[in-house]
Write a protein that binds this ligand. Sequence first.
Ligand code: PEP
Length: 256
Amino acid sequence: MRRPLIAGNWKLHCGPSEARKLALEIRNGLMGRRDAVDVLLCPPCVSLAAVGEIVQGSGIALGAQNVFWETSGAWTGEVAAPMLVDAGCGWVILGHSERRQHFGESNASVARRLRAALAAGLECIVCVGETLEERESGATERVVTTQVREGLDALDAGDWARVTLAYEPVWAIGTGRTATPEQAQEVHALLRDLVGQRAGAGVAQQTRIQYGGSVKPANAATLLGQADVDGALVGGASLDASAFLAIVEAAAVTPA
Ligand code: PEP
């Protein structure tokens, strides 16, 4: 049985004061729901400490939105994995499509970040997903397969316990367009199969695969009800405490 993971990716929103307020609303609203669902908040780096203080002792996990692969040195503007751990993070998001699209991140750089994050003891969400053009040209399977093969290259069986995949069709992120539950399930099943080929059927059954792309309270239950959908990576709706809490609630009551 895989516990659903609902993660809020706050992107470039919420400096420390706003972040503290939003985290407090989420923490207070979550009472009693953490027994069934894992909840993770990923604010911008400057707000990690503020959110960390609010979620401390609540069971809500804290994560960053990216990490660099070196541990120290002359890398202006970068943040290292041991620094995230020191700042109270247990998690990091890697390979988000906005990083791939706007900052030139590749499968190879995702692989380096992933190795560094795992070495520092972080749990990782690795995002994969196709563009609209790729979907329309029938390339979805090839694209996500390559992203998994190249981005999750060289993981050993033990590493997989700290890796969550997120299927995030690029055309559904921040657009209000959502994959249908059937479209999501089809790719999630393919991803589980790929994990099985690489790490064995037992690991594949344990590995969580989140869906991300315009998840809202109104569509969460049908997406989360799919057999291979083990949670959601939520962008826009995670900035509204009541919407985010409603998605957590949907995950708590929806049998996959
Ligand atoms: C995301 O940022 O990963 C995301 C899925 O965003 P949104 O929910 O806004 O589509």
